[in-house]
Design a protein around this ligand. Structure first.
Ligand code: F3S
Length: 300
C-alpha cells in the first residue's frame, strides 16, 4: 500500500508557532526550577510567580489543551479571569488580541509572550496606521470571531464589520470619506472579492488590503489533488472542526472511500485492505503526532 500524507496536513504556520511557543515556555520554567533548586533560590521557586497562562485555548484541540494543563498551563477564558491574575506569564494565541488587552497585560506587570500569527500582526499594524491616517476601517469577516474582535481593537477611527454580500449592499458611510478594507485571514477569497466590488461602487476613497491567508486554500487544494488519485482517503480532525468537515467534503467528492477519524482508534484498517493508494490529510488543529500514528498504522 502506498500512503501519501499531504504536506499541508495539520497545523498551519501560525498555529504551529503558537503551540511551540507554549512548550518552549514550559521547558524554560522547568530549567529555571531546576536551577533554583540547585542554587537554593527559594524566592523564585514558587509556581505562583512563574505560572503560565494562555489567553483563550491555544488551539481548538482537547488533547493538546489537556496536555498543556498537565504541564501546568492554565487557560484564561475571559477578561475577568485575566484581571484576577497577579503574577506570571500570559501567552497570546495566534488569533491575536485587541490593543487594550495587550496593554492591560503589560501594565499589570505580567510577562506577555505574543504568539499572534505574524500575518494577523500585520493586519493590526495596517489598521492602526491607516486609522491614524484618517481612514475608517472596514473589516470583512465574522464579528464574533476573536481574530476579528482583536483586529477591530487596533483601530483608532470608525470601524465597521461586515460578513455577507447583503451586508455589503446595505453598508453606508459618508460619501467621499477614506475607507480601508481588510479581511479576516480565513475569509473565503471569492466572497471577499465580490464584497469589495460592491463596496468599491459606493464612491468612497478606498484602499483594499487583501489580508486573507492562503494556508486554508492550500490545504484544501492539496487534499483534493491527493484524494483524486487515491483508492481511499483518511481525513483526521475534531468532529466540531469546521475546516476538517470541509476537507472531508472535498475529499469525498474526489474519492468515495473517504474516512473521517478523530484519532488512531477510529481507523478501521479492514476497510483499507484492498487499497493500493491511500491518502492522508488533517484539519488545522490536528497535532502532528496523531497524523504520524495514523501513517505508521497504515504502513504496518
Ligand atoms: Fe494560520 Fe496565521 Fe494563516 S494562524 S491560517 S498561518 S494567518
Amino acid at each position: 500500500m502506498k500512503v501519501t500524507v499531504a504536506k499541508s496536513a495539520g497545523f498551519c504556520f501560525g498555529v504551529k508557532r503558537a503551540v511551540e511557543t507554549v512548550y518552549k515556555e514550559i521547558e524554560s520554567r522547568r530549567e529555571q526550577r531546576e536551577f533554583n533548586r540547585e542554587n537554593k533560590n527559594e524566592k523564585f521557586n514558587s509556581e505562583e510567580w512563574d505560572h503560565i497562562y494562555t489567553y483563550g485555548p491555544i488551539i481548538h484541540n482537547e488533547q493538546v489543551v489537556a496536555d498543556l494543563e498537565k504541564n501546568g498551563v492554565t487557560v484564561l477564558n475571559s477578561m475577568e479571569e485575566l484581571q484576577a491574575v497577579e503574577h506570571g506569564t500570559v501567552i497570546i494565541r495566534s488569533h491575536g488580541v485587541d490593543q487594550k488587552t495587550n496593554d492591560y497585560i503589560r501594565e499589570q506587570g505580567l510577562k506577555l509572550v505574543d504568539a499572534t500569527c505574524p500575518f494577523v500582526k500585520k493586519i493590526h499594524k495596517t489598521v492602526m496606521e491607516k486609522s491614524r491616517d484618517g481612514y475608517a476601517i472596514l473589516i470583512i469577516g465574522n464579528e464574533k470571531h476573536p481574530e476579528v474582535q482583536g483586529i477591530k481593537g487596533w483601530s483608532e477611527s470608525d470601524t465597521f464589520i461586515i460578513n455577507t454580500e447583503e451586508e455589503a449592499q446595505k453598508f453606508e458611510y459618508d460619501k467621499g470619506k477614506k475607507l480601508c478594507v481588510v479581511a479576516q485571514t480565513t475569509f473565503n477569497y471569492k466572497k471577499f472579492d465580490k464584497m469589495v466590488e460592491i463596496i468599491g461602487k459606493k464612491g468612497y476613497d478606498i484602499i483594499v488590503v487583501n489580508t486573507i491567508c492562503n494556508a486554508t486554500n492550500k490545504r484544501q487544494a492539496e487534499a483534493r489533488q491527493i484524494a483524486s488519485g487515491s483508492d481511499a482517503m483518511i481525513v483526521i480532525g475534531g468532529r466540531s472542526s469546521s475546516n476538517t468537515q470541509k476537507l472531508y467534503e472535498i475529499c469525498k467528492e474526489e474519492c468515495k472511500n473517504t474516512y473521517y477519524i478523530q484519532k488512531l482508534e477510529d481507523l478501521d484498517l479492514k476497510k483499507l485492505q484492498t487499497c493500493r493508494n491511500v491518502g492522508i490529510t488533517a484539519g488545522a488543529s490536528t497535532p502532528n503526532n496523531i497524523i504520524e500514528e495514523v501513517l505508521a498504522e497504515c504502513q504496518n
